[in-house]
Design a protein around this ligand. Sequence first.
Ligand SMILES: [Zn+2]
Length: 230
Amino acid sequence: MFHNINKMLLLGILVIAVFMGGVNLLSAAGEKHLIVIDPAHGGKDTGVKIKDKVYEKDITLAIALALQKELVKEGNIQVILTRDSDIELSPEERKKILEKIKPGFFLSLHINSGFGKKASGFELYYPGFKGDMEAKKKDKDSASQARNKHLNEAVRMAHFIQRNLDTLFPRKGRGIREADLPIMDGLLIPALVVEMSFASNTEDKKKLLSPKAQVEIAKALSKGIKSFFR
Ligand SMILES: [Zn+2]
């Protein structure tokens, strides 16, 4: 779930500082597509419970690490993770990472829950710019053009990812929707939230807990991202 508010942790800032150092060096080379992948939640912010002692934060991290492994095989894609261990990051800290790195894309990984036990499959959310309507009216210039461009890119990425997740969760795609993603406010970066199936559904839960299925989900996401950058 991506509506929870995270808390601050100093360790997170240290990790970000380390990331920044590496990124500046690498982006100076300038040839790779840069994507920030966000294993949502972390630390005391557990996200939804999957089973005893296993939480959303653990599964999003496992899949993000597997996804990073898949993507770097491509050679022209550089992956930055917002976290690569069980640390807590506030939305502000995540936003700072994005502001500093300005990646070509931001992908946040979550796990869904609720809507009854029958709800299953995956959902994709791209940030809407409803809050920016005033700004939209004022400028018909470069800023709103940039917003539209990033919106289109998010939707394009969503379609590629949907196509590949469809093979893992046949007929279980719950659609591509617009949502409020506060951390994206004011950032001109194409972004997408993937809710990778439901912890509250027995079949989905089995998949989420299986290391083999976690890698399959990562591979499906990776195929979508590779198609996007091609
Ligand atoms: Zn979540």
